[in-house]
Design a protein around this ligand. Structure first.
Ligand SMILES: O=C1O[C@H](COP(=O)(O)O)[C@@H](O)[C@H](O)[C@H]1O
Length: 268
């Protein structure tokens, strides 16, 4: 995975389709490790900075990463693409989901997991500010740009087209300046959430959406074949040479006409 200097253009997304979720998980693990190698070996960064989502993603992600002995887990630095403002041990917590499916199985140092501290349940603005401070501390010195550049952001796609906690028609879709935003009117419970903003997503080196199952057929068709509808997931346009990738199974792609690319880890 090599890159030239950033320009303001976005390149067309790459769609990888897989016969099953198991196949998808294997290739997703290879993709994540290629991004990790790019950061640590090619760019010689001290850490691999990855932001991850909740929902259905952690299970698919953890499946083929857990148990790998060739991963320098101590060099992973993990952030959250979004979080629900609930206690971290709550069933709805994105931290909890990732802990269950990944963190508790691999030796990522605890201080390298940038948990969004949700203890001030009634003050999402404070929660968002504190998370933004964590991002500033982690990214200062790594670049002179106005936004952090994650090596990889892993996102889900809700049936309504939302991604992170960016929902259709919500004013946060227009946020241009902040790194982290909060909302207390999410149409999907829980109502109070913290999310990365579009400019942060769009400055990443790469963003990969993961979407599986028949229940996602309609939304995948809209997102990939009708981006002009402007669903939140279609609005992620990573600045070139960064790129957007979609990892989906055949079940989710049942109605999609967008051209698929065959997955080849060696060519990433
Ligand atoms: O609420 C959320 O939903 C999205 C999509 O979840 P999925 O279960 O349909 O994959 C998820 O990516 C996000 O992190 C979460 O907060």
């Amino acid at each position: 995975m090599s890159e030239a200097a950033p320009s303001k253009k976005a390149t067309a997304p790459v769609l990888f389709g897989f016969p099953s979720t198991d196949d998808l998980s294997k290739s997703l693990a290879s993709f994540v490790l290629a991004a990790q190698d790019d950061a640590l070996t090619t760019k010689k960064q001290a850490t691999f900075k990855i932001a991850i989502s909740g929902g259905s993603l952690p299970k698919v992600l953890g499946k083929d990463l857990i148990g790998r002995e060739d991963v320098p887990w101590d060099k992973w630095e993990v952030f959250f693409a979004d979080e629900r403002v609930v206690p971290l041990d709550h069933d709805d917590s994105n931290f909890r989901l990732n802990d269950e499916h990944l963190f508790s199985h691999v030796p990522i140092p605890r201080q390298n997991i940038h948990v969004i501290d949700t203890s001030k349940l009634d003050d999402p603005e404070h929660v968002a500010d504190e998370y933004e401070k964590q991002l500033v501390a982690a990214f200062v010195g790594s670049s002179s740009i106005a936004f952090p550049r994650f090596d990889l952001v892993l996102l889900g796609i809700g049936p309504d087209g939302h991604t992170c906690s960016l929902f259709p028609g919500h004013p946060l879709l227009n946020e241009q300046d902040g790194w982290v935003a909060w909302l207390d009117d999410s149409p999907k419970p829980p109502a109070t959430r913290i999310t990365l903003t579009y400019p942060v997503l769009n400055h990443a080196h790469r963003v990969a959406f993961v979407s599986t199952g028949e229940g996602k057929q309609d939304v995948m068709e809209k997102v990939l074949d009708h981006p002009e509808e402007g669903l939140p997931s279609s609005r992620v346009k990573v600045i070139s040479p960064g790129r957007v990738y979609f990892f989906s199974d055949d079940a989710a792609l049942g109605k999609v006409k967008y051209e698929r690319t065959s997955f080849d880890a060696a060519k990433l």
